[in-house]
Write a protein that binds this ligand. Structure first.
Ligand code: ZN
Length: 151
């Protein structure tokens, strides 16, 4: 196993065991229930967006495989403090990376630690697990109550 793959496995296991931001947001957050029928993952994403269009807080709840939970955990940590436009750009970059359209090693991107998830490209059935939380995030921003990876 390569070093990158080993790191990927470790991070997934750690975030699955100790998910960050695993809670319900109080107040009147933007909420979206995400569903990945292929694997059975359900992830609900909560966002609080301030008047300056910055994501002040992000959280999630749900049930799913290790990859879907680890991805939601890392995504919510990534989103805090980010302007909404940067969150939308990150969705596109993450999507292009996991589907193999963008190689983060050769193309400039803003994903930071999230580039670890490029490992899922080798497991096509896992791509939707990794991107589920991101679809739910976009659904929340667009005030859609539900989102699915089958769009
Ligand atoms: Zn899954």
């Amino acid at each position: 196993m390569s070093r990158a793959n080993e790191l990927y496995q470790q991070v997934i296991l750690d975030h699955n065991k100790n998910p960050r931001n695993y809670r319900v947001l109080e107040g009147s957050p933007l909420v979206c229930d995400g569903h990945n029928p292929l694997c059975g993952d359900h992830i609900t994403v909560f966002l609080n967006v301030g008047p300056d269009r910055t994501i002040q807080d992000a959280a999630f709840q749900g049930n799913g495989c290790a990859i879907s939970k680890a991805s939601a955990s890392m995504m919510t940590a990534f989103l805090k403090g980010k302007p909404v436009e940067e969150a939308r750009r990150a969705f596109q970059e993450f999507h292009d990376m996991v589907t193999g359209e963008m190689d983060p090693e050769t193309r400039e991107n803003h994903l930071g630690k999230l580039v670890l998830f490029k490992g899922v490209r080798e497991y096509s059935s896992r791509i939707k697990c990794a991107s589920l939380a991101w679809h739910a995030m976009m659904g929340a921003l667009d005030k859609q109550g539900t989102a699915t990876t089958e769009a």
